[in-house]
Design a protein around this ligand. Structure first.
Ligand code: CAA
Length: 379
């Protein structure tokens, strides 16, 4: 076993850290306040190779491993979790899904642009009445010969308005239940496709989350991913990898809050000494650092298994379950260490605390991760 990162991995980590500090930190508070999507920053992330990190270079990707992706996600998420969720969805749900299961034509048409960030993607599974219970899709994709007629509504879609390429999960044959579901690539601008209002959220307020409406949208058969009826397996398989991204996001939110709390504890004085000299604060810092290290190891283990082409569904669910709890616990303690300053926006930790919560909800709630883990244990 080797715990040493390679030179290449270290340089990806450094590049992500420097980018986040130089380009994402300025304006992050205002973007959160005004719910502004970091469009320019995402464009730059694309130019630096962060939007299609693991994609084969022949489709304009970075050809990097999943470990590098975890490292970059952590660094970006320390500063701006709204930017990192756009990055995560584009990399691990949209690019990975199309690269792994798409046709050559789909890869040339869509992946080559998604992997450079020239366009960004969205993954549309959740519906008003189908969140955790993802097999009960109400959106329909009626088979009309050489196209599907798409009707329905999707909810809470990350990159909802900013995306140009949408992977939409829909029911074609209800009798076949989840085996009658398809995954279709829908382009913005297709007739009958409308982006609904933006959600006003607790956290990741810079991320643009929308509902989407499809009314008699004609989607060519050539845009179906995989065989007829493969859509649900596609969604589950893609989400297994997506969870490594969200686990790393949670890790970054936690480590970002921890670094701020550590620094603050060495500067702020109370009762005549820096608060870091008080054991009450030391114990908090010790717990935070230990839990963050454990979360990081789980993320890296899931990434390692994925890179080794081994089954990583349990590992990614464990990483997400644990890292998202660590994000919540750590950010709450980071606010506590900051005292009154922690409760105001300028010190960043209140935002990180609000951002942390979603990591226990999207790409499978913590309860769903426990189902995935338990099923693997009991196989
Ligand atoms: N990996 C691969 N395949 C899986 C799987 C996994 N983790 N979990 C289930 N499957 C497969 C099963 O093997 C089964 O296939 P077969 O019939 O061919 O054997 C099929 O999926 C159906 O599985 P179940 O019968 O177990 O279905 P279920 O209804 O009991 O439960 C579930 C499935 C695990 C609860 C699933 O519904 C689930 O994961 N729900 C959560 C959905 C989710 O994560 N949503 C996130 C939205 S996307 C998002 O948030 C993106 C964003 O914008 C940030």
């Amino acid at each position: 076993m080797n715990f040493q990162l390679s030179e290449e991995q270290l340089s990806v980590q450094k590049a992500a850290r420097e980018f986040a500090r130089a380009e994402l930190l300025p304006g992050v508070i205002e973007r959160d306040e005004h719910q502004k999507f970091p469009a320019e920053q995402i464009k730059k992330m694309g130019e630096l190779g962060f939007m299609g990190m693991m994609v084969d270079p022949k489709y304009n990707g970075g050809g990097m491993d999943t470990i590098s992706y975890v490292l970059a996600m952590e660094e970006i998420s320390k500063i701006d979790a709204s930017a990192s969720v756009a990055m995560s969805v584009n990399n691990s749900l949209v690019c990975w899904g199309i690269e792994k299961y798409g046709t050559e034509e789909q890869k040339l048409k869509y992946l080559t642009k998604l992997s450079t960030g020239e366009v960004i993607g969205a993954f549309c599974l959740s519906e008003p009445e189908a969140g955790s219970d993802a097999t009960s899709q109400r959106t329909t994709a009626e088979d009309k010969g050489d196209y599907y007629l798409l009707n329905g509504t999707k909810n809470w879609i990350t990159n909802g308005n900013s995306a140009s390429v949408y992977i939409v999960i829909a029911q074609t044959n209800k009798e076949k239940k989840h085996k009658g579901i398809n995954a279709l690539i829908v382009e913005k601008g297709m007739e009958g496709f409308k982006v609904g209002p933006k959600e006003n959220k607790l956290g990741i307020r810079g991320s643009d989350t929308h509902s989407l409406m499809f009314t008699d949208v004609k989607v060519p058969k050539a845009n179906r991913i995989g065989e007829d009826g493969f859509g649900f397996s596609f969604a589950m398989s893609t989400l297994n990898g997506g969870r490594i991204g969200i686990a790393s996001q949670a890790l970054g939110i936690a480590s970002g809050a921890y670094e701020l709390a550590l620094q603050y504890s060495k500067e702020r004085k109370a009762f005549g000494v820096e608060i870091s000299k008080h054991q009450a604060i030391q114990f908090k810092l010790a717990d935070m650092a230990t839990e963050i290290d454990a979360a990081r190891l789980l993320c890296l283990q899931a990434a390692y298994l994925k890179d080794q082409k081994k089954d990583f569904s349990k590992a990614s669910a464990m990483a997400k379950l644990f890292a998202s709890k660590v994000a919540m616990d750590t950010t709450i303690e980071a606010v506590q260490i900051h005292g009154g300053y922690g409760y105001v926006k300028e010190f960043h930790v209140e935002r990180l605390m609000r951002d942390a919560k979603i990591t226990q909800i999207y790409e499978g709630t913590s309860e769903i991760q426990k189902i995935v883990i338990a099923r693997e244990l009991l196989k």
